[in-house]
Write a new protein. Structure first.
Ligand code: NDP
Ligand code: MG
Length: 382
């Protein structure tokens, strides 16, 4: 049966890899694509994949795209309304959420309300408003299939597990990032260029910095809690430098399930599109005879306080995760712009978290407000 895809963030790392998977499969058609401001790449994708709708973040970029696509039968929209239109696009049955940041929240909710399958890469959405998103998915009967490699691994380990009470804990593996083993003193002066050199994965800049600070793993702990409805005490982080074991589930009877594979995001992307089936992957599979030794270690939360901050936000709940995430997005943008140092990121996140008034059971507006206040706080404290 043909599948109809809308890809939010098609010009990014996950978006482009999704299109590579689409090219390898016959029965997928792309109906909507969205991007930020990269007009050139979007125009290229439009000519190749012929969506019915293309969306840019700004009006200016949308006008440029229209000029590029002059004469083609592709509707062009822009801004949040455009993003929501792509998420809720009538013909799409599956929406890949591959935009970066909290900007993905409202489109994700819009797609859920239209009962689309969500192939979810945009973890910030679940971090900010996981309870609302999961509640809406249950209410509308929309499937959420994780694309994040760790969460896809857990999803696969849980196939056939009928009762969540059988799960003792989730073990989220973490490569440790480019700065594994470094002391706080050594980390003081690390540059953006050092941080962007991830050992195992090639990804967008924001998530690559999150991997260097270990905030990515903190966000993933919260993502796992929301996806699998488990408390913080049942989600643990395990350093595994090789990124071969993508995560594990320990069950009540002591059995431990793991999912292994070469580090390649196209594997979880493909599964999120084809589930409950598995499609042929043309790439070479994992070779256990040559992949080397698999090692494990504990994360160093003294050197990487972002992980601790995310766990604190998870423990406090309410609107704190949204505040933490919003603060981190701004702090990372500042680090990428060479405006602040490595340890300013956790400092600013902590200060912003402390400055946003606590709301125990926030609605969508209160979540958006916590995000806004946290962003403003980072600007103040930077
Ligand atoms: P990229 O930065 O590579 O891509 C982001 C995409 O979002 C681009 O298409 C970009 O457009 C678009 N975009 C950026 N800002 C806006 C905005 N304000 N409005 C609308 N669109 C916007 O990110 P990644 O692909 O690396 O990551 C995407 C998401 O997936 C993140 O949440 C990340 O945490 C998650 N993820 C990524 C993994 C990876 O391997 N990359 C692994 C697991 C999860 P443009 O190109 O025009 O700027
Ligand atoms: Mg991940």
């Amino acid at each position: 049966m043909t599948k109809y895809l809308s890809i939010l963030g098609s010009t990014g790392s996950i978006g482009r890899q999704t299109l590579e998977v689409v090219e390898q499969m016959e029965q997928i058609r792309v109906v909507a694509l969205t991007a930020g401001t990269n007009v050139e790449r979007m125009a290229e994708q439009c000519r190749k994949f012929r969506p019915e709708l293309a969306v840019m973040a700004t009006e200016d970029a949308a006008r440029q795209l229209e000029n590029e696509l002059c004469g083609e039968n592709i509707r062009v929209l822009f801004g949040m309304d455009g993003l929501i239109a792509a998420a809720a696009y009538e013909k799409a049955d599956t929406v890949v959420t591959a935009v970066v940041g909290m900007v993905g929240l409202r489109p994700t909710l819009a797609a859920i309300q239209k009962k689309k399958r969500i192939a979810l890469a945009n973890k910030e959405t679940l971090v900010c408003a996981g309870e609302l998103v999961m509640q809406a998915a249950r209410e509308y009967g929309a499937e959420i299939i994780p694309v994040d490699s760790e969460h896809s691994a857990i999803f696969q380990c849980l196939m056939g597990c009928g009762d969540r009470r059988e799960v003792r804990r989730l073990l989220l593996t973490c490569s440790g990032g480019p700065f594994y083993g470094k002391t706080p003193a050594e980390l003081q002066g690390v540059t953006k260029a050092d941080a962007l050199r991830h050992p195992n994965w090639k990804m967008g800049h924001k998530i690559t910095i999150d991997c260097a600070t270990l905030m990515n793993k903190g966000l993933e702990v919260i993502e796992a809690m929301r996806l699998y409805d488990l408390p913080l005490s049942q989600v643990e982080v395990l350093i595994h430098r090789q990124s071969i074991i993508h995560s594990l589930v320990e069950f009540r009877d002591g059995a431990v399930m793991a999912q292994l594979g070469v580090p390649d995001m196209r594997v979880p992307i493909r599964l999120a599109l084809t589930y409950p089936y598995r499609a042929e992957n043309p790439a070479a599979p994992l070779d256990l005879l040559t992949c080397g030794a698999l090692t494990f270690d504990q994360p160093d939360e003294t050197a990487f306080p972002c992980l601790t901050l995310a766990k604190q936000a998870a423990e406090l709940g309410g609107n704190v995760c949204a505040a933490m995430n919003g603060a981190n997005e701004v702090a990372v943008a500042k680090y990428l712009a060479d405006e602040i140092g490595f340890y300013d990121v956790p400092r600013l996140v902590r200060q912003a978290m402390e400055s946003v008034p606590f709301v125990k059971t926030p609605d969508l507006n209160e979540i958006l407000e916590a995000d806004r206040l946290a962003r403003a706080a980072v600007e103040r404290f930077a």
